[in-house]
Design a protein around this ligand. Structure first.
Ligand SMILES: Cc1cc2nc3c(=O)[nH]c(=O)nc-3n(C[C@H](O)[C@H](O)[C@H](O)COP(=O)(O)OP(=O)(O)OC[C@H]3O[C@@H](n4cnc5c(N)ncnc54)[C@H](O)[C@@H]3O)c2cc1C
Length: 379
């Protein structure tokens, strides 16, 4: 938006990358996610619409280091979603057909070809869906690079500054800030992009943004020589695995940790979730079953982080219909899709002919689908 000439203030309650963007697994996964497949064929068919965004994200990530002028350790050497049973292979086949129909490079590989591409896979793996563009990038590098580019284009960053009140004002909003950048600012448009805290910021404008916090955990091994060039996922079990640029193997895949409960009966989003031992054991068991080499590596760290999902699990990105000038970008796999969300929401907020195109691309994520929740709100 700053590059397009808008006057932009980025308000950050803590510091850059304090939230999920600095805690995630760094996977660039463009295959239809397992969480959509496990809900049956109808959901899998519906979720195929997300591939419109995935296809754009492939191109966005291919050009991101150049666009931001930074090394983000982007590795896009391919991803394999593996299957161990005949039923899982059938699921992969249906998924790959949907992806190919959407213009993604999905290819089912098995037998000698699979062993040639991925000799590190266990014999239990009978087939995999190969997508050439998948990979990973460094979450610790991406947000700072976006911020540096935004500031270079004229955006102002107010860190240690929290949005604590939002009032409607002529031509837009009056936003109260507390902390280092305390004061009141006027804005014609407002984008709520506060991750799991977005629903709370929405409450300041008297609207429901139906996002739910979900606590996950991740693991990382010691550094070892390169042996794993691909992003690994599993179609039937929770797994994501990749070898980061420094040689560490990151192991995750959506295993839950436990959020703290607050005295008022809600989840306490100010505290780090608690690591769960059964998740840790379960995650590592799947990892070693699929890639036996990791069984011999030392685990050096496990951590927890919280991300946001909606009731239908699609992201929430676009205009909030009941409050003109209000936009939201939260939820979904927003490391993989984040650069695309950023580009599209900037175009949508910028108006003109590009706005309609961006809105169409974001159709699956449109906040309008939950507008019924705001039929008594927004005043
Ligand atoms: C363990 C884990 C693994 C994941 N793995 C992947 C993956 O491999 N690939 C993928 O695509 N996605 C992954 N995700 C999801 C991804 O990390 C998130 O979708 C994404 O980072 C969300 O970015 P965000 O900017 O919306 O939120 P965040 O990064 O959480 O940022 C929100 C920011 O808002 C600030 N804030 C909050 N309240 C206020 C306020 N009132 N005023 C001002 N600022 C405020 C916070 O300080 C915070 O910095 C993972 C998530 C987790 C937790």
């Amino acid at each position: 938006m700053a590059r397009a000439g808008a006057s932009v203030l980025i308000v950050e309650a803590a510091h850059a990358n304090a939230g999920a963007s600095g805690q995630n697994a760094g996977s660039l996964h463009f295959q239809i996610e397992r969480r959509f497949l496990e809900q049956g064929e109808a959901k899998a068919a519906e979720a195929a619409a997300i591939t419109t965004l995935s296809r754009m994200a492939v191109d966005d990530w291919r050009g991101l280091e150049q666009a931001l002028g930074a090394d983000l350790h982007v590795h896009m050497h391919g991803g394999l979603m593996v299957a161990e049973t005949a039923a899982e292979v059938a699921l992969l086949e249906r998924k790959a057909a949907r992806e190919r129909a959407a213009g993604l490079s999905a290819e089912l590989v098995d037998g000698a070809e699979l062993r040639r591409i991925a000799p590190y896979l266990s014999e239990r793996v009978v087939a995999a869906n190969h997508m050439a563009d998948e990979g990973h990038a460094d979450p610790r590098a991406v947000t700072p690079a976006f911020l540096a580019a935004a500031r270079a284009a004229g955006a102002t960053l107010a860190e240690q500054t929290r949005v604590t009140a939002i009032a409607r004002a002529p031509g837009g909003f009056a936003v109260t800030l507390t902390g280092a950048g305390a004061g009141t600012v006027r804005a014609g448009q407002l984008l709520i992009a506060a991750g799991i805290w977005s629903a709370g910021v929405g409450a300041l404008v008297n609207v429901h943004l139906p996002l739910f916090p979900v606590a996950l955990q991740m693991n990382v091994t010691e550094r070892v020589s390169p042996f794993l060039p691909h992003l690994i996922q599993h179609v039937g079990r929770r797994l994501s695995m990749k070898q980061a640029h420094a040689g560490n193997v990151l192991i995750g895949g959506g295993w839950p940790s436990r959020m703290a409960a607050a005295a008022d009966g809600r989840f306490d989003l100010t505290r780090r979730p608690e690591l769960l031992a059964p998740s840790l054991a379960g995650n590592l068991a799947v990892a070693t079953a699929v890639v036996p080499h990791v069984a011999g590596l030392n685990l050096i760290r496990s951590w927890t982080g919280t991300t946001a999902i909606t009731a239908d699990q699609y992201p929430l990105v676009g205009a909030v219909p009941c409050v003109p000038g209000l936009f939201v970008a939260a939820g979904g796999s927003a490391f993989t899709l984040g650069p695309t969300f950023a580009r599209l929401i900037a175009a949508q907020m910028g108006g003109g002919s590009a706005a309609a195109e961006a809105e169409a691309a974001l159709a699956i994520a449109a906040p309008a689908r939950f507008d019924h929740l705001n039929s008594f709100m927004g005043g």
